[in-house]
Design a protein around this ligand. Sequence first.
Ligand code: AMP
Length: 181
Amino acid sequence: MIIVLFGAPGVGKGTQAALLSERKNIPHLSTGEALRQAIAAQTELGRVAKQIVESGQLVSDEIVTGIVKEAMDKPEYSNGCIFDGFPRNQSQAEALDSLLEAVGKEIDSVINIKVANEEIVDRMLKRGRKDDSEEVIRHRLDIYNNQTAPLLDYYTNHGKLISIDGNADVEEVYARIENIL
Ligand code: AMP
């Protein structure tokens, strides 16, 4: 099963992806988490990405599709994947489609978690990540609105998009997602 958890930063994609992964036994791939790990480990990739991630910009498509490609080549991803934070623009969405097509697979569902903007900022400020200062959060929301949100049309046109209301506690949102699958 190939699922994309979609939505603005701070809507709970990571939390839900981790729960789904654990309970359905499907591996979870967060490009943001992979980048944060590379930064912490000070790898070559981490050195390139640090400034960009911490200022809330998007890392290049080449870097993130490289991360995804590398992960998808691993045997544990042969049965499926829950994507969290990828794709984030049109070119990444197309790269993912062709990557999957090459191995005879396709996305089953894109689950769009919807939460009001002010609630998002509150949630992220509580999270306290390095890229969660109010200024960087606003910037990341702008990038989401300009570059990522247009994918809602792309996935609607491909018959993949399902939206849920993410204004509820973690277990309630999980139940809504599970209901769809
Ligand atoms: P996230 O954990 O998904 O909120 O991602 C944290 C940060 O990692 C983002 O603000 C970007 O700087 C970078 N990042 C994660 N995923 C992507 C992606 N698909 N494309 C570009 N940059 C990404």
